[in-house]
Ligand binder design. Structure first.
Ligand code: PGA
Length: 233
């Protein structure tokens, strides 16, 4: 699997800002040079179609949602059911992000139900965990879906704080996740930037970037560094 760089826009950007970001992304020489790395753009739901259409011609860029409903399609006002995303080229779903657990009281069981819905709709689940609930989260997920998960290790204190976790610690947690989930791809998220990304990509299968994905110049600088580093190898 290619290394993933997930740009999590969270609940940011109006339409004009989203269009500007995408125009500069599409035109970037660094993006054209992506070979062994895949960029995954995770916009708010309202921009899914816009993002999917904007990146269709780009080889190494895909789309993720930041959440999905734990329910199938039906009478669940306000929810976005996984199967209703068919046709929008949604490849991944970020599930159980710590902000959803904190502000929306999402439980590991609800996250496991979301994993079911994603897998049934052919969407790859990216399940976010912190150290204390790796086992609880894995235990809630249907055993036959465990090896379909991509797991994102996101230490709470590192998210949006500028306090990135030392890579040796991250490597230890990656090993623990492998023990519990099996040999699944593991990402790291939490204050990833242009100075630390290369180190994180050495010990993981990819990263989730929040803050430094919002400004396109900042994000393209990160992509450029990853591309240059790949060429050196
Ligand atoms: P951050 O967010 O890059 O702003 O720390 C990462 C995340 O929440 O996935």
């Amino acid at each position: 699997m290619a290394k993933l760089i997930v740009a999590n826009w969270k609940s940011h950007k109006n339409l004009e800002e989203a269009k500007k970001w995408l125009a500069l992304y599409q035109g970037s020489p660094a993006v054209q040079k992506l070979l062994t790395t895949e960029v995954v753009i995770a916009p708010p739901f309202q921009y899914l179609q816009l993002v999917s259409e904007s990146i269709r011609a780009l080889l190494q860029t895909r789309v993720a949602v930041q959440d999905i409903s734990p329910f199938p399609p039906g009478a669940y006002t306000g929810e976005v059911a996984a199967s209703t995303l068919n046709g929008l080229d949604v490849w991944y779903a970020i599930l159980g992000h710590s902000e959803r657990r904190k502000y929306f009281q999402e439980t590991s069981q609800q996250v496991a139900n979301k994993v079911d819905q994603a897998v049934q709709s052919g969407i790859n689940p990216i399940v976010c965990v912190d150290k204390d609930y790796i086992r609880t989260q894995a235990a809630a997920i249907a055993p036959e879906h465990l090896d379909k998960c991509i797991v994102a290790y996101e230490p709470l204190e590192a998210i949006g704080s500028g306090h990135d976790e030392p890579t040796d610690k991250v490597a230890e947690v990656v090993a623990e996740i492998h023990k519990v989930f099996g040999k699944v791809p593991v990402l790291y998220g939490g204050s990833v930037n242009d100075e630390n990304i290369v180190e994180y990509l050495d010990v993981t299968d990819g990263v989730i970037i929040g803050t430094h994905s919002l400004d396109i110049a900042d994000f393209l600088n990160i992509i450029r560094i990853v591309v240059e580093n790949n060429h050196k190898k």
